[in-house]
Design a protein around this ligand. Structure first.
Ligand code: FAD
Length: 225
């Protein structure tokens, strides 16, 4: 755990509609963790108008103003304090968190672009990973990370032998390439299957199951704090 007092969670939420089921999961997560005594920060990417496009604006004083090399400038900015304010705010939220939860719909078998872009800009080379610091030596080691997804397709279509194959294979780029790569422990994802067409009782069941899962994670996190 990284915090001495109450443990902290960062909820990174990526859905354009405030009344979506993904937003209901976010609210459920916030309620459950706060009730368990956690501090919760929410990065609501659409509501905040987060810019997900990496570019020269990420750096206030680039080392090379003529040619952009993103990783090199990230490393330079990490050392020299030259990260753009919106990137720095998100990096600091990430660094404060003991538990990081990405809440989003599954779009094109992956993360919505705004969330992928958040990772592009906020997982800063030289601060969040890099210079030989990955996996066991990753700067985010000690943190736990989880995906909380809604899908259009049913669970059966994401099983081995199903129409789309094992969801775990599709999520490898997140679990391995983002969470574990930076040193975090990748937790089992929570999935609300077919959230768009499920009946009310099924959706209520997802909300209850998500609260139970987070309450369990919160009690494990509080013990370790
Ligand atoms: P919503 O449609 O926002 O909500 C579903 C229902 O839940 C609504 O009726 C809403 O009123 C209700 N609700 C809201 N709050 C509550 C509450 N508190 N309690 C109970 N009910 C509530 N699907 C796939 O499986 N694979 C893909 O690769 C994929 N790619 C996509 C790509 C794009 C660009 C898009 C737009 C969709 C894609 N989909 C895909 C479908 C998408 O994943 C689903 O539509 C989405 O996950 C459904 O979740 P939602 O939060 O958007 O649900």
């Amino acid at each position: 755990m990284t915090s001495a007092a109450s443990p902290t969670a960062l909820l990174v939420h990526a859905h354009p509609e405030p009344t979506s089921f993904a937003a209901a999961l976010r609210d459920q997560a916030e309620r459950t963790l706060v009730d368990a005594g956690w501090s919760v920060e929410v990065s609501d990417l659409y509501a905040d108008g987060f810019n997900p496009v990496a570019g020269p604006g990420d750096f206030t004083s680039p080392s090379d103003p003529h040619r952009l090399h993103v990783q090199r400038e990230q490393a330079h900015a990490a050392y020299s304090g030259g990260l753009a304010p919106d990137v720095l705010r998100e990096v600091e939220r990430l660094e404060r968190a003991d538990l990081v939860v990405f809440l989003a719909p599954l779009w094109w078998f992956g993360l919505p672009a705004i969330l992928k872009g958040w990772v592009d800009r906020v997982f800063v080379y030289g601060r969040v990973y890099g210079n030989g610091l990955t996996f066991e030596t990753g700067p985010l080691r000690g943190k736990r990370a989880m995906l909380a997804l809604t899908t259009g397709g049913p669970e059966s279509s994401y099983s081995e032998g199903g129409m789309h194959g094992d969801l775990g294979v599709l999520l490898h780029s997140v679990h391995h390439g983002m969470f574990r790569f930076t040193g975090m422990e990748a937790l089992e994802p929570f999935v609300a299957w077919g959230a768009g067409w499920a009946d009310d009782a099924t959706r209520e069941g997802y909300l209850d199951a998500f609260a139970a899962r987070l309450a369990e994670l919160a009690s494990e996190g509080s013990e370790a704090a």
